[in-house]
Design a protein around this ligand. Sequence first.
Ligand SMILES: *[C@@H]1O[C@H](CO)[C@@H](O)[C@H](O)[C@H]1NC(C)=O
Length: 309
Amino acid sequence: MRKENQSSALEFILLGVSSQQKEEDFFFILFLFIYPITLSGNLLIILAIRSDSRLHNPMYFFLANLSFVDIVFSSVTIPNMLTSHLLGSKVISFGGCFTQMYFMIAMANTDSYILAVMAYDRAVAISCPLHYKTIMSLQSCALLVAGSWVVGIANSLPHTLLTASLSFGGKNEVVNFYCDIASLLKLSCSDIHFNVKIMYLGVAVFCVPLLSIVISYIRVFSTVLQIPSTKGVLKAFSTCGSHLTVVSLYYGTVMAMYFRPLTSYNLKDAVITVMYIAVTPMLNPFIYSLRNRDMKAALWKLFSKKISS
Ligand SMILES: *[C@@H]1O[C@H](CO)[C@@H](O)[C@H](O)[C@H]1NC(C)=O
């Protein structure tokens, strides 16, 4: 009972990205640019897909879901960071902190699984085009999307609850700009051995899709290489290459952040988290749609409809 009272009165202080005011200002301006781009880029993709019936097929449903997840993902951290910088108040309530953690972990996992579904979808489309319609039926497509959401939502719950039930013994300075699980575990004065094991397990669940992405792209490459057309090969390599770049950026930074001992965490690591919190959700819409002719046509239609109305 005492512990509960203590926890509910507890607030956390988010120390930010850096201890230097200059660097803090730099990241504030960076986020101020990145966030509107992320928001409008992803929103445009959802609107374009909604409004163009030619884009009502699995590949674009996946893309729209990815955009939706990216919007939520960056909206649970960046606006809070921006306003606290403006107001000069770094305090976050106990409830706010764990709500943020819950959505962060859930969206990161859903994102990861949708990326895998998208890679699988491309692999099927390219290596067995004749069976694509039967394999990627509307039903299996909905199942894959629902599965991604369920994994995200379910994987997040134990981590958030286990961390929220720790005791912090009055310490409340989180060395990050959002309520990051590793930073909070490090802060706690309870025995966190079990929590850390569960956290590593969670990171493993997050990384499973990476394996499926790699296998899918190997399938794509090996199929494309059998086609005797240099132009087609080049196009496939440049498309898959850009997908693989954002994917490795995403998983690389998450693994760099979480696959190591907690004792090595310090404020500098907040910079790594900027990569997967801000940069990849911003890049996703560009990487996955700007090279795509149908997507460009749909965006164009959306704009011209807006202008003429
Ligand atoms: C996500 O995918 C489902 C199933 O394919 C689709 O019905 C839904 O419209 C998509 N979500 C968004 C935001 O487009």
